[in-house]
Each structure stands twice: as structure tokens, then as C-alpha cells.
Design a protein around this ligand. Structure first.
Ligand SMILES: NC(=O)c1ccc[n+]([C@@H]2O[C@H](COP(=O)([O-])OP(=O)(O)OC[C@H]3O[C@@H](n4cnc5c(N)ncnc54)[C@H](OP(=O)(O)O)[C@@H]3O)[C@@H](O)[C@H]2O)c1
Length: 247
């Protein structure tokens, strides 16, 4: 049944019909920040293989009450083999990436940390309990290469970089605790690659064509890495090609 459950939804349906199997469950995934560019491409890419549940501003205010009631309702069904948090902000009506120290402000830094660090951390708090405990389960947080402290050679983007670096530390720390309560789980950060969409569009002129990927490409690569992850890699920060990124 374990091997069969890795087949696509369609294949499972055929096998179920042929062998008259009624109780075989398919894999389940939760996408957080579900209306974003990469999230939508992920949903399109996995929806044959996984039953997909979604959390977004459309159905959640990200208050502790809102998150806990969604977690409770999702707990009633089968466990999840995959959770992908895509929440993140680089620019919106509150922030634009800072180029100089003189552009820092408490309110804007707080916004970066609220969206890029605090919301994903609260999601881990409320949703880690949904992960499958009997089979390998993977919880991916989309971080960013610019959140690597070691890789920072160009400076700038203070709030975005720092809030993603803080997210990385939250994920690393939570992975240690999660390993104790669910040894089958793998909790990681991943850089999706620079992806065409509203988040990157204002900065597209600085990106070489061959390093600027469609959301479908990024989704496919994220899932390629996910397929190779297991609990032994928990607490790491991966590039879209599966190579580890230095913290
Ligand atoms: N695109 C790139 O080139 C790139 C590169 C490196 C890293 N990343 C990271 O990859 C992730 C996805 O990127 P993307 O291009 O798909 O970005 P996107 O289209 O802007 O999607 C990000 C999602 O984050 C959620 N979000 C944003 N502000 C929020 C707020 N104030 N409160 C709650 N949720 C909020 C929204 O989800 P809902 O609207 O569904 O609520 C939004 O759709 C982000 O974490 C980003 O930092 C992207």
C-alpha cells in the first residue's frame, strides 16, 4: 500500500477499481500562502498526486485563533505528507527593499519580520502536528538565497535578507524539536530560484535570462528536491537544485 500510495492519483484510482480496494488513501499536501505565484504553480504541479488543502489570506487572518481553528479542522482527516509555506514579501504597499541604512524604519522592518519570519513560524507551530508520523513527511519553507549570511556580498535589502535569515534560524531550531516528536519528518528551508512573477518583476532587469525561471519550472524543481528529502536532512537550507546553501 505504501508503494502504491506513491503513484499518481489517477493510477491509484485505476488500481483501486481493478482490485476493489476501498480504503487506500492518497497523499495529502497543504500549501500556505496559496494565492502566490509559486504556490499556484505548485498546486497545478502536484494536484494529480496529492489532495491539496490551502491556507491564504482568503481563508485565514493568521491570528493564533485563526491558525488553530484551521489546524483543528485539517486534523480531522488523514495526515499530511507535504506542507509548503510560500508566504513572503519583498515589496508591497508598506515596504520596498532598502538600499541604504538611511532608509531603515522600525515600522517597515517590523512588517518584513512579521510576514517573512513570524507568520511562517506560527504556521510551523500550528501545522507541524498535521505531518504524517508513520511515513516520511516534508515541511518546506520558501526562504531566499539572499537570506544566507555567508553568501551576502552585495549588501542592501536589509529587511528582506534579515527576516529570511531569521526564518532560517526558526526552521533550524524547530527542526531539532520536531525530530523528537516526529522522527519521520523533514523540516527545511529552500530557495526557489528567481521566479517570474509580481515579487521579482521590479528587479527583473538585474537578472540574466537564463537565471530567471517560470513559476512552473520553479515548482517542478521544488518538487524534485522534495522527492529526495527524508528525515536525515531535516534542518537544512537547500537551493532549488538540491545543493545545500550555507547559512
Ligand atoms: N519569486 C522569486 O523570485 C523568489 C526568489 C526567492 C525567494 N522567493 C520566496 O518564495 C516565496 C514565494 O514567492 P512568490 O514569487 O510566489 O511570491 P508572491 O507571488 O508574492 O506570493 C507570496 C505570498 O505570500 C503571502 N503574503 C504576502 N504578504 C502577506 C501578508 N502581509 N500576510 C499574509 N500573507 C502574505 C501571500 O499569500 P496569499 O495571497 O495566498 O495570502 C502571497 O501570495 C516567498 O516567500 C518569497 O520570498 C521568491
Amino acid at each position: 500500500v505504501c508503494a502504491i500510495s506513491r503513484l499518481t492519483h489517477k493510477a491509484c484510482e485505476i488500481i483501486k477499481k481493478t482490485h476493489n480496494i476501498k480504503n487506500m488513501t492518497n497523499k495529502k499536501a497543504l500549501i500556505i500562502g496559496a494565492n502566490g505565484t509559486i504556490a499556484k504553480a505548485l498546486e497545478a504541479s502536484i494536484s494529480g498526486e496529492y489532495g491539496v488543502s490551502k491556507v491564504s489570506r482568503a481563508n485565514c487572518d493568521y491570528s493564533e485563533l485563526g491558525l488553530s481553528s484551521i489546524a483543528e479542522s485539517l486534523k480531522k482527516a488523514e495526515p499530511f505528507q507535504l506542507i509548503i509555506n510560500t508566504i513572503g514579501v519583498l515589496h508591497d504597499d508598506v515596504v520596498v527593499p532598502e538600499k541604504r541604512l538611511s532608509q531603515l524604519s522600525a515600522d517597515k522592518l517590523a512588517h518584513y519580520f512579521y510576514v517573512n519570519t513570524i507568520l511562517p513560524s506560527l504556521c510551523i507551530k500550528y501545522f507541524h502536528g498535521l505531518l504524517d508520523k508513520t511515513h516520511t513527511s516534508v515541511y518546506v519553507n520558501l526562504s531566499a538565497m539572499v537570506g544566507s549570511i555567508e553568501d551576502n556580498r552585495t549588501g542592501g535589502w536589509y529587511g528582506y535578507r534579515s527576516s529570511k535569515a531569521a526564518l532560517n534560524m526558526m526552521v533550524k531550531t524547530a527542526s531539532v524539536e520536531l525530530h523528537r516528536v516526529n522522527p519521520k519528518a523533514c523540516l527545511v528551508c529552500m530557495h526557489p530560484g528567481t521566479t517570474k512573477g509580481s515579487l521579482s518583476r521590479p528587479y527583473a532587469s538585474n537578472v540574466a535570462d537564463d537565471r530567471y525561471y517560470t513559476s512552473a519550472q520553479s515548482a517542478e524543481r521544488i518538487m524534485h528536491v522534495v522527492a529526495q528529502l527524508n528525515a536525515s536532512q531535516t534542518g537544512q537550507f537547500f537551493n532549488w537544485d538540491g545543493k545545500p546553501i550555507p547559512w
